[in-house]
Design a binder for this molecule. Structure first.
Ligand SMILES: [Zn+2]
Length: 247
């Protein structure tokens, strides 16, 4: 009986293995993130090698070894080569999403939704001309919601009111308003500038504002730091986002 499976997948990690093979991490809708071994793929002059690139979305035929976690690559068809003909900043924003997905644990029951989210993000980010980083942050907000680590970007964690934020409070997973802020908290929180505060409050509907705002470097730094800290707090490990440092 054949154990071949067919699945859609987006390549989120690729490493060369030994002389001729490739190991892939692939996000799939049904199986979460799977490890795929493509044996001998780098020796063949087949078209297959070129298909196995980071961020390619493929229709895969795999063999699942019943005694191991590994999937063995058999063949694939390209659905979408997301990085093809993409400018560098857009490519970085695509890589950033994948970089986060690589570092979190994806529950099988969420994989369909996360797959859809990533697919939509990769398609959408290509069309964005300005302030793409804000679309990346919105992607993170949606991801947090799916995996159950949402943080409140509209109300103060102390008074629950919708007021102007002045700082992010990592241990409380939220923001603090100007009225609740006390200097005594200083070492526990990150102060944010008013540009960052304004942006955070708009993030859920950022599509509407994308062409009218400008995001200074200092704000990019502050927001990246907040998102990375939020992830690190929840997963109890250090997250990094090397890709966005290049922006
Ligand atoms: Zn407050």
């Amino acid at each position: 009986m054949s154990r071949d499976i067919k699945t859609k997948g987006i390549i989120i990690k690729k490493i060369n293995f030994r002389e001729t093979s490739i190991i892939l991490d692939v996000l799939t809708p049904e199986y979460g993130v799977i490890s795929v071994m493509a044996k001998g793929i780098r020796t063949q002059k087949s078209k297959n090698t070129g298909l196995l690139e980071i961020l390619n979305e493929l229709e895969l035929v795999l063999y699942k070894n019943p005694n191991s976690e590994w999937y063995i690559y058999k063949s694939s068809n390209i659905i979408n080569a997301h990085l093809f003909n993409i400018d560098l900043p857009t490519g970085i924003l695509m890589q950033a999403a994948v970089e986060v997905i690589r570092q979190i644990i994806i529950p099988i029951e969420d994989s369909q939704e996360i797959y859809k989210l990533l697919e939509t993000y990769l398609e959408y980010i290509k069309t964005v001309k300005k302030n793409g980083i804000a679309i990346f942050w919105r992607f993170l907000l949606k991801l947090f919601r799916i995996i159950g680590i949402e943080f409140n970007i509209t109300n103060c964690i102390e008074c629950s009111q919708r007021k102007h934020f002045v700082a992010y409070f990592p241990q409380k997973h939220g923001f603090i308003c100007e009225d609740c802020y006390r200097p005594v908290y200083d070492e526990k929180l990150f102060k944010i500038n008013s540009n960052a505060a304004e942006l955070i409050s708009k993030l859920n509907n950022i599509g509407k504002y994308l062409n009218e705002i400008s995001i200074p470097k200092s704000t990019i730094k502050q927001l990246n730091r907040i998102f990375i800290t939020h992830l690190s707090e929840h997963f109890h490990k250090n997250f990094h986002l090397k890709s966005v440092e290049l922006l």
